[in-house]
Design a protein around this ligand. Structure first.
Ligand code: ZN
Length: 193
C-alpha cells in the first residue's frame, strides 16, 4: 500500500534512524510499501523517515531517470543497473570515492523545490539487502547521488542543509510556507486525536 509522504516541517525528518536488527514481517511490509510509495510518487529514492519511521532503511530506483546515467560495479565488474532495481538498503555505510560534483536534486518531502547539491561522484556501499543479505558495491552518477541523498535522511540531514547559501535564500519563502503548512496540519491532527 502507498504511504503518505512526510513533508518538511515534521520533526521525524530530523530524527536519526535506528539500526534494523532483524528482518521481521513488519520490516518486509514496510520495504514493500516504500517501493510502492516511491513508484507512485515517481521518486528516485525514499528514506524510512519520509514515511514516518526513524530507521536505517532506504529505497532507490533510478530506472525512470533515463537522461541521468548511473554506473554500477559488483565485485569489481560492471553490472546492469536496471537489474539491481528497485533496491532497498538497510544499515547502509558509504565511502566517498570521486571528487564532489554539483547536480540538480529534488526531494519528495519538498514538493517542487529543486537546487544543485555537491556530492562525491562515486561511492562504495556496504549494506544489507531487503532479505538481510550482505551487499557490497560501487556506484556512480545518479545512483550514487540518490543513495547519498537518502542516506542523509537516515541521519536527519536534508538536502536544504547542503545547498549553496544563495539557493537556500532564494527558496526561503517557499520553505517557510511549507514548514508552516506542515506544522498547521500536524496541529490539526493532534487536536482531533
Ligand atoms: Zn529527500
Amino acid at each position: 500500500m502507498t504511504l503518505p509522504v512526510i513533508q518538511y516541517g515534521d520533526p521525524v525528518l530530523r530524527k536519526k534512524g535506528a539500526r534494523v536488527e532483524q528482518i521481521t514481517p513488519a520490516i518486509q511490509q514496510l520495504i514493500a510499501d516504500m517501493f510502492e510509495t516511491m513508484e507512485a510518487a515517481s521518486g528516485v529514492g525514499l528514506a524510512a523517515q519520509q514515511v514516518g519511521q526513524a530507521l536505517q532503511l532506504l529505497v532507490v530506483d533510478v530506472r525512470e531517470a533515463k537522461d541521468r546515467p548511473s554506473t554500477l560495479f559488483l565485485g569489481g565488474q560492471p553490472a546492469d543497473v536496471a537489474e539491481f532495481m528497485p533496491l532497498a538498503l538497510l544499515n547502509p555505510q558509504i565511502t566517498p570515492l570521486g571528487a564532489p560534483v554539483a547536480g540538480p536534486e529534488g526531494c519528495l518531502s519538498f514538493p517542487e523545490l529543486y537546487a544543485d547539491v555537491s556530492r562525491p561522484e562515486s561511492i562504495e556501499v556496504k549494506a544489507l539487502g531487503k532479505d538481510g543479505q550482505p551487499l557490497e558495491f560501487r556506484c556512480g552518477g545518479l545512483l550514487a547521488r540518490a543513495i547519498q541523498h537518502e542516506l542523509d535522511h537516515l541521519n536527519g540531514i536534508l538536502f536544504i542543509d547542503r545547498m549553496g547559501l544563495e539557493d537556500r535564500l532564494d527558496l526561503k519563502p517557499k520553505l517557510d510556507q511549507l514548514q508552516f503548512e506542515t506544522k498547521a496540519s500536524l496541529a490539526k491532527k493532534a487536536k482531533k486525536s
